[in-house]
Design a protein around this ligand. Structure first.
Ligand SMILES: NC(=O)C1=CN([C@@H]2O[C@H](COP(=O)(O)OP(=O)(O)OC[C@H]3O[C@@H](n4cnc5c(N)ncnc54)[C@H](OP(=O)(O)O)[C@@H]3O)[C@@H](O)[C@H]2O)C=CC1
Ligand SMILES: CC(C)(CO)C(=O)C(=O)O
Length: 318
C-alpha cells in the first residue's frame, strides 16, 4: 500500500501571516513554495527569519521563493497571506499556482472576502476561509515578529465539494496540516459565523488603533475608550445575530479579558496606515455594515468609525 503523498503548499503573499505559517509548515517538513513581491530578493538570498515569543528564534534558510506565480509548481493548498485589498489582482496568480483541484485558503480578516474572490477563480478550485488568531508583523525584509497566539480555524466556502460532510472533511484536512506544524487548528462548520466571531475583535481594535494612533494597552487603559471598545463589540454581535449567527453578549467581555492578557499589540491595519498602504475597509467594515443593513439594523458606532477610517485612508495614500 503506497503512502499518501505529502501535499505541496503555496503561499500567495509572504508577509507576516504568510511568512509565519509558511515557515512553520516548511519546518514541519512540508514542501512549501513562497510567492513574494518587494521582499523577493532579500528572502531568496537570506531566507525567512521568525522572532517568536512562543517558538523562539527560527530560520528557514533555503526558501523556495518566487516573484512570478507562473514559475511556481502546481500547489495542492494555496494559503493567501496578502491583504484583502489586493484580492482582485491576486486571482490570476492563484489560478496560475493552483493544481487542478487545489484548495485555496484566504487567511484574511473580514466578512465576505470569499464572495469577492469566488467569481474570479476557476470553478474547479475549492475555496476556504482561514481565521488566524495571532499577533505577528513584519520587522524588515523576510523578518517576522511573533508576539503571541497562533491558531487558525478553517471553514469551507465553495467549490466542487457540494455536501456538508465533504466540505467539513476538506476543512479538517487543512486543519491537520497546521496541527502537524504544531499549531492549534479547528475545522469550523460555518464560515460566516466564524468570520463574524473574529470581527468582534477586529472591528473595534483595528480601526481605533488607526484613528487614535494607539496600541491595545493604551486603548484598554483609557476608561472611555475601553467602554467604546465594548460598545462596538456589542454592535458587531448585534450584526451577527441579525444575520442569523448566534454569538452570546458575554463573548465581548471574554475578548476584553483576553486582550488585557495580550502584550501591547498594534493590529495589522495600524501597520498599513503607517506604511501608507490601503486599509482593509471593505471586508472589515463595509461588508459587515451592509450585511447588517440588509438584515434590517443599523450599527451607528461602527458606521462612524468606518466613515473616519475612509477619510484617513483617502488622505493617507500618496
Ligand atoms: N498580522 C496579523 O497579526 C494578522 C493579520 N491578519 C490578516 O491577515 C492578512 C495578511 O496580513 P499581514 O500578514 O499582516 O500583511 P502583510 O502586509 O505583512 O503581508 C502581506 C504580504 O502580501 C504581499 N503581496 C501583496 N500583493 C502581492 C502580490 N501581488 N504578489 C506577491 N505578494 C503580494 C505583500 O508584499 P509587499 O511587501 O510587496 O507588499 C506582503 O508580503 C490580512 O487580511 C490581515 O487582516 C489576521 C490575523 C492576524
Ligand atoms: C489580535 C488577534 C489575535 C485577535 O484575535 C488577531 O488575530 C488579529 O489581529 O486579527
Amino acid at each position: 500500500m503506497s503512502a499518501t503523498p505529502s501535499p505541496r503548499i503555496g503561499i500567495i503573499g509572504t508577509g507576516a501571516i504568510g511568512g509565519f505559517y509558511g515557515l512553520m509548515l516548511a519546518r514541519a517538513g512540508f514542501d512549501v513554495h513562497f510567492l513574494l513581491r518587494s521582499e523577493y530578493v532579500a528572502v531568496a538570498e537570506r531566507g525567512l527569519r521568525l522572532n517568536s515569543a512562543v517558538h523562539g528564534a527560527l530560520t528557514l534558510a533555503n526558501v523556495q521563493a518566487y516573484c512570478n506565480a507562473a514559475d511556481m509548481p502546481p500547489c495542492d493548498w494555496l494559503l493567501v497571506g496578502a491583504k484583502s485589498t489586493s484580492n482582485a489582482e491576486l486571482a490570476p496568480l492563484i489560478a496560475q499556482a493552483a493544481a487542478p483541484d487545489a484548495k485555496v485558503v484566504l487567511l484574511q480578516n473580514g466578512l465576505a472576502v470569499e464572495e469577492g474572490l469566488r467569481p474570479l477563480l476557476p470553478d474547479s478550485l475549492h475555496l476556504l476561509g482561514g481565521l488566524c488568531y495571532i499577533c505577528v508583523h513584519r520587522a524588515g525584509p523576510g523578518i517576522i515578529e511573533h508576539q503571541s497566539l497562533g491558531s487558525v480555524n478553517l471553514a469551507y466556502h465553495s467549490g466542487p465539494a457540494s455536501d456538508a460532510e465533504a466540505q467539513l472533511a476538506i476543512a479538517e484536512a487543512g486543519a491537520a496540516l497546521f496541527k502537524e506544524a504544531g499549531l492549534d487548528s479547528t475545522a469550523m462548520p460555518n464560515l460566516a459565523q466564524a468570520r463574524w466571531q473574529k470581527l468582534v475583535w477586529n472591528v473595534p481594535y483595528n480601526g481605533l488603533s488607526v484613528v487614535l494612533n494607539a496600541g491595545t494597552t493604551a486603548l484598554m487603559g483609557h476608561g472611555e475608550t475601553r467602554a467604546l471598545i465594548l460598545a462596538i463589540m456589542k454592535e458587531v454581535i448585534q450584526g451577527a445575530v441579525a444575520c442569523g449567527h448566534a454569538i452570546p453578549e458575554v463573548f465581548a467581555d471574554k475578548l476584553l479579558a483576553n486582550t488585557d492578557r495580550m502584550p501591547d499589540y498594534l493590529p495589522s491595519m495600524y501597520h498599513d496606515f503607517v506604511e501608507k498602504r490601503p486599509l482593509e475597509l471593505r471586508y472589515i467594515y463595509a461588508e459587515p455594515l451592509a450585511a447588517a443593513e440588509r438584515a434590517g439594523i443599523e450599527l451607528p458606532r461602527i458606521r462612524a468609525l468606518a466613515q473616519q477610517l475612509a477619510f484617513i485612508d483617502t488622505h493617507n495614500l500618496g
